[in-house]
Design a protein around this ligand. Structure first.
Ligand SMILES: NC(=O)c1ccc[n+]([C@@H]2O[C@H](COP(=O)([O-])OP(=O)(O)OC[C@H]3O[C@@H](n4cnc5c(N)ncnc54)[C@H](O)[C@@H]3O)[C@@H](O)[C@H]2O)c1
Length: 246
């Protein structure tokens, strides 16, 4: 029970890998708040937590949701910025990406994390404790083609983590990146284009020659959420079978 009684927000926690994160934090004793545009009511009830329908790109919705979590639990210990536009994005050359789609990807993946931290950070600073985990991506290190919007947004998140580790450190708030390689989440498996990327080429790039699954990420997530990582901030842990070195 490494997360016992810690209040944990998981954005995008209703489906996909976020659902696995929320379940793992609850299994370790965490009190979980799921913020998602997808319905997480049933999962929250199952985990003894709460679900707040929230578009993370909307500043007002984020402020309201964070205030509701604070009102309900009185504190916020862990924020997992997992919500993102990813599996639904079609692969496209840089010159085929519509500017509106670029803006939307940045709004959810980068602005969304910023808005969440902007709302949660002061709560953690007042507590003089907190853990922020930004879910980034191995694509940032590899420069994966045909996903320029997505990869750029995750690169921004890596930079955000480094900057904020310096701003939040004085208040004993740690912020780190969890950087998965290609993970066969439910949503990825439902998207043939992405599954194709998980072919021999991806596995060949790894030191460990197999597919990655959501459960592979749990150990690193719990480490970063728990007191075990009390002296770790501004870092990136890649969980990708040894594909990139961060
Ligand atoms: N699956 C992979 O191979 C892989 C690899 C590296 C990184 N990641 C990252 O892991 C995270 C989860 O990936 P996944 O495979 O489960 O993808 P997914 O597309 O299934 O999950 C995204 C989640 O974000 C939510 N979401 C989308 N827009 C939102 C918004 N505006 N406001 C609130 N919630 C919103 C979705 O409802 C969903 O719950 C993402 O950050 C993704 O970039 C995934």
């Amino acid at each position: 029970m490494r997360i016992r009684d810690k209040v944990c927000i998981v954005t995008g926690g209703a489906v996909g890998i976020g659902r696995i994160y929320a379940s793992a934090l609850a299994a370790e004793g965490g009190r979980v708040a799921i913020l998602d545009i997808a319905d997480g009511e049933g999962l929250a009830a199952e985990l003894g937590g709460i679900y707040l329908k929230t578009d993370v790109s909307d500043a007002e919705q984020v402020q309201d949701a964070v205030a509701a979590v604070k009102a309900r639990f009185r504190r916020i210990d862990v924020l997992v910025n997992n919500a993102a536009l990813f599996s639904a994005l079609p692969l496209a050359r840089y010159d085929q990406i519509a500017p509106d789609l670029w803006d939307r990807v940045m709004a959810v993946n980068l602005r969304g994390a910023f808005l969440m931290i902007r709302a949660v950070g002061p709560v953690m600073e007042a507590q003089q404790s907190g853990r922020i985990i930004n879910i980034t991506s191995g694509t940032t290190y590899k420069g994966m083609p045909q996903m320029l919007h997505y990869v750029s947004s995750k690169g921004g998140l890596v930079a955000m983590t480094r900057c904020l580790s310096r701003e939040l450190g004085a208040s004993n708030v740690c912020i780190n990146n969890l950087s998965p390689g290609l993970i066969l989440s439910d949503s990825i498996k439902a998207n043939a284009e992405h599954v194709d990327m998980a072919s021999d080429r991806v596995i060949a790039s790894r030191a460990l020659k197999r597919h990655g699954y959501p459960e592979d990420l749990i150990g690193a997530l719990l480490f970063l959420a728990s007191d075990d990582s009390a002296f770790v901030t501004g870092q990136t842990i890649a969980v990708d079978g040894g594909s990139v070195n961060t």
